[in-house]
Write a protein of this length. Sequence first.
Length: 321
Amino acid sequence: MASRPVVSVITPAYNVAPYIGQCIESVQAQTLPDWEMIIVDDASTDDTVAVVQQYLGDPRIRLLCNVQNLGPGGTRNRALEAAQGEWVAVLDADDWIAPERLETLVNFAHSQCADMVADLQVYWTEWGSVYQVGWATHATPPRTPRAYTLDEVIKAHPSAKPTIRRAFLEQKHIRYQTTMRISEDYALFIEILLKGGRFVLLPQPMYYYRVRPGTTVSRYDGMDELRKSLEYLLRLPETTPRYARLLQWAYRRRQAYLLYPKFAVSVKRGDWKTAARLLRQSPRVAWLLLTGVPAALYRRLFDKDKLIDPWRESLPKEARR
């Protein structure tokens, strides 16, 4: 590539042979042609590398291979070190994006003078239905584009896949934390804002997140990984006492949501010893059980016969496959 691309798409890949072809093709279909895609295979044991090699005829696509499994943080960092674009777009190997996404987000970021932008994620189930569209666990999408403060983002608990100005990451020496197997993206998101980054959300559904079993999230202890991200953020010099209190509050709330499924099952089975232990860990789980909100969410996610799919008809045709 003669000149530096506008966007570097960084994609960590681990045992995603059935999905990564769709991911790559969604990038090739972008209305913005000036991109590079850096795929880093994290020592996959399936045919992921062989599938990616079929696309290497496109000079904009590069494949790097880890000798040993580094996890998503270390793998994304390797892609960041190789990136040359003005912007870095995070894309997981089992997900895909709408054709206009890169062009739209880059133009939006320039118009907003933003260091980081994001769109809405469409959560796509294995049986082909949408169960949720959003950008954060505890925030509903706004109707119009909106800049968010650090306080608001911490309270929202973001889950969006951002597009970030690469110069900002370099100037502030920001990278993913390799000690975390999950929550490393949350820590990076928050660190960018702690170090003065401007974040603006574009409420358009252009990122398609595949919900499936066997992902990194399902293989690791969410509480332990969440604790690691909290400890890392509390150590940053930019974390004032007020932000520390807010991060700890958000951690306790997230802890309750992670413990809730076990608590609900123990109550249903009459296992009061386990229920009491979980209640001591997080008294908030009792409130969650009384409100019934998480139960409704789990039913929507796991009971495909009762799935409500209000967003489906509003999505582009290529997303309704």
